[in-house]
Design a protein around this ligand. Structure first.
Ligand code: NAD
Length: 367
């Protein structure tokens, strides 16, 4: 196990050297048990924004690898969401059920504050709006707070809405109409994002098939929408006749077997990191399956919490999330023009915005 907290300043510097991250900060407070890593991938477009993941990592090396990857992904997501925000993320190493305490969260808040606004935090796996309220007692750079504290509340509302906009764009590109009416959509995972996505789909007239490992999640969904068909698992879902496959559970849904089996001609869902390994985006394209890049269509959540920085307004945030429709269409057409999979076209567009808009900061403003 690499003890990253034991690294010398020089060694820690080499981490950023290898990964091209702007800044990686190791935070430790022995009394509260806090061990956290904050990673800022880049601030070309503005302060870095990304959630805090509280997770019992097997090793500090695994935590470091995760935060480096996640902060890079946030830079791309924020860039294509049209936000004036860079990419960052934080991880707290520990079991949230056992290790989370007021002292630990407040100690963490002081480290966030010490970055002077270079990094804004929010919720992620293992952290909730109530936790952000505690972190905010020590830091001004906190979003994803509770409604009672002027926050945006549950970000899955606009995440699901944005995924639906991305799916409408994929329908327009594939079938010449954005409507999902009569299309068969398979939703894997009907948790916070998945069940709200089903609400939109049912309202639009789609035929919905779902699977979830949680019986409670399925029961709750069927209670709301008795017409939804339930299948056992991903295998059964992806083997059934679908027009759209919407991964809304964990990452890595698109592995070699799933891609080979898929009858759907569109993949569009809320889960992060859907592509199981590099090259899957090409396998999808070769099979004629249109993949709506995950970080583009699931940006509604970050759009919702980013809006808090200005003082939260749901209508304004929803209007911004509606633009995911246009962004997704633009990615499909630039992918077709350049002869590359949409995932590659999305990365190129994000990099272009970071470079072009980031460059203008070089214009000297005078005194
Ligand atoms: N909540 C947000 O605002 C947001 C924003 C962007 C991305 N995401 C991503 O969307 C995905 C879902 O997030 P969420 O907030 O809805 O989480 P959640 O925990 O509320 O829901 C996930 C659901 O997936 C189910 N599940 C887990 N493993 C499964 C499997 N193998 N097969 C079928 N179902 C399975 C769980 O039982 C649960 O019901 C995650 O990948 C998350 O990173 C969420």
């Amino acid at each position: 196990m690499t003890d990253v907290f034991g690294l010398s300043h020089k060694d820690a510097g080499s981490v950023t050297g290898q990964t091209r991250h702007e800044q990686v900060v190791f935070c430790s407070d022995e009394r509260s048990g806090l061990r956290a890593i904050i990673a800022i991938h880049n601030t070309a477009l503005g302060p870095a924004l990304g959630g805090t993941r509280f997770y019992p990592y097997e090793s500090e090396q695994a935590a470091l690898a995760d935060v480096l990857n996640l902060s890079r992904a946030m830079a791309y997501k924020n860039a294509l969401a049209g936000l004036d925000l860079g990419g960052g993320k934080a991880v707290i190493i520990g079991d949230p059920a056992a290790d989370k305490s007021e002292a630990l969260l407040r100690a963490y808040g002081r480290f966030v504050q010490s970055l002077g606004g270079r990094y804004f935090t929010a919720c992620d796996v293992g952290t909730y709006s109530e936790d952000m309220d505690v972190v905010a007692r020590e830091s001004s750079y906190v979003t994803g707070r509770t409604l009672a504290h002027g926050g945006a509340g549950d970000s899955s509302i606009l995440t699901a809405y944005g995924v639906f906009q991305g799916m409408r764009a994929a329908a327009e590109h594939s079938w010449g109409s954005p409507s999902l009416r009569g299309r068969r959509v398979g939703v894997e995972g009907v948790g916070k994002v998945g069940h709200r996505l089903v609400d939109h789909l049912v309202e639009d007239g789609a035929e919905v098939v779902v699977c979830d490992v949680s019986e409670r999640a399925v029961e709750r969904l069927v209670g709301r929408h008795p017409q939804v068909r339930v299948v056992a698992d991903r295998l059964e879902l992806t083997a059934s006749a679908l027009d759209v496959y919407a991964p809304c559970a964990l990452g890595g849904a698109l592995d070699d077997d799933t891609v080979a089996r898929l009858s759907a001609t569109v993949v569009c869902g809320g889960a992060n990191n859907q592509l199981g390994h590099p090259g899957v985006e090409k396998q999808l394209a070769d099979r004629g399956i249109l993949y709506a890049p995950d970080y583009v269509v699931n940006a509604g959540g970050v759009i919702q919490v980013a809006d808090e920085i200005e003082g939260f307004n749901m209508d304004r945030a929803r209007a911004k999330a509606t633009q995911i429709y246009d962004t997704t269409l633009k990615i499909f057409s630039s992918a077709a023009e350049d002869g590359v999979p949409p995932a590659v076209a999305a990365d190129r567009l994000a990099e272009r915005r970071m470079s072009e808009v980031g460059r203008i900061r070089g214009i000297w403003l005078g005194h």
